[in-house]
Design a protein around this ligand. Structure first.
Ligand SMILES: NC(=O)c1ccc[n+]([C@@H]2O[C@H](COP(=O)([O-])OP(=O)(O)OC[C@H]3O[C@@H](n4cnc5c(N)ncnc54)[C@H](OP(=O)(O)O)[C@@H]3O)[C@@H](O)[C@H]2O)c1
Length: 301
């Protein structure tokens, strides 16, 4: 089978299903059908990427006569994690696809084991997690731009990982293996990389708002961009700057007083971040253990 033109069905017409369907199409694959719990969502996506729209509940309720799925190579399940297991149960019961059809899901926290009922019918299965953030309400053009050259964490049998690796490469993206037993730890890393970094920008925004300078996050954009770029290119330990790295005990004491006064709900986070920055500074031989103890003591209540 060539990767030049796979026939693909996407089930779950949310941000991930939409983004990946656009990516598949851009790289020459054919979207045979788009399924979603609501046929309205399925129709919306099929207008963008082609393929026959179908509502999964309807299809599971009666024979899917208008849908010819006999030549589908791959089904990509992009439903919420909590819905995967019941979707797989339904797919197993109705046997919509020939056994030659492969199945993947895109969850970062679940392993390929959730697809076991399909594997027991003879389908090849794997998990294929895009290491990217898919916020809602993004235009198709913007969504596609964020998917260029991304990485996909794969987990399944070695043979299936090899097949999905070739598929991912056909999308201009990078595959890598995630060991089954480490999947949740891998997902934790993704969560820090995305969600908690975004939450930290939320903290910057909140403090900036209280300054009433009326510029929102704009003055901080170059600082955030350069700091993250340095950390990603040169490594975080080499890129740390600021009062913890300078052993600036007095400034840190004043930060602590300011946070207690203006944003007491952020006090625990602030202390934890000072402590973590100091730990990384010691590890990277940027500050001594004595300096680390001094900066941590300076911010303790
Ligand atoms: N969001 C991210 O940044 C991100 C990143 C990487 C991986 N992932 C993973 O990718 C998967 C999809 O993520 P998402 O954010 O796109 O999910 P989502 O927005 O929570 O849900 C996707 C769509 O699935 C449909 N759906 C729900 N239950 C269904 C069912 N039983 N059968 C068929 N369709 C159903 C819903 O559409 P309707 O109800 O409108 O039909 C919903 O819009 C998840 O496993 C997630 O963990 C997410």
């Amino acid at each position: 089978m060539s990767f030049e033109r796979l026939s693909i069905v996407v089930i779950g017409a949310g941000p991930v299903g939409t983004g990946l369907a656009l990516l598949f199409r851009k790289h020459g694959h054919h979207i045979a059908a788009v399924g979603s719990r609501s046929v309205v969502s399925a129709r919306k996506l099929s207008r963008l990427v082609g393929g026959k729209p179908f509502g999964t509940e309807r299809v599971f309720g009666r024979p899917p006569r208008p849908l010819d799925l006999s030549k589908v190579d791959l089904v990509v399940l992009t439903v919420p994690d909590g819905r995967l297991s019941s979707l797989v149960k339904n797919l197993t019961a109705v046997r919509l696809f020939p056994v030659s059809t492969r199945f993947v899901h895109t969850s970062g926290s679940l392993t390929s084991e959730v697809l076991l009922p399909l594997a027991q019918l003879g389908h090849k299965v794997c998990s294929m997690h895009p290491v990217q953030s898919f916020p809602p309400d993004v235009s198709p053009r913007e969504r596609l731009a964020t998917l260029s050259g991304i990485w996909f964490g794969l987990e399944g049998s070695r043979a299936e990982e090899r097949w999905v690796s070739r598929f991912v490469t056909s999308l201009g993206c990078h595959p890598f293996r995630v060991p089954k037993e480490a999947k949740i730890l891998y997902h934790l890393a993704c969560t820090f990389a995305s969600n908690y970094s975004v939450a930290l920008v939320g903290v910057v925004e909140e403090i900036a708002r209280s300054l009433r300078i009326g510029q929102g996050l704009r003055p901080f954009r170059p600082l955030v961009n350069a700091s993250l770029r340095n950390a990603l290119v040169k490594g975080p330990r080499a890129s740390l700057t600021g009062p913890v790295m300078r052993g600036g005990v007095e400034v840190l004491r004043r930060h602590a007083r300011a946070i207690r006064r203006h944003a007491p709900h952020l006090e625990n986070l602030f202390e934890a971040l000072v402590s973590e920055t100091a730990r990384q500074g010691v590890q990277g031989k940027r500050i001594t253990a004595k300096t680390a103890r001094a900066v941590k003591a300076a911010v303790k209540r």
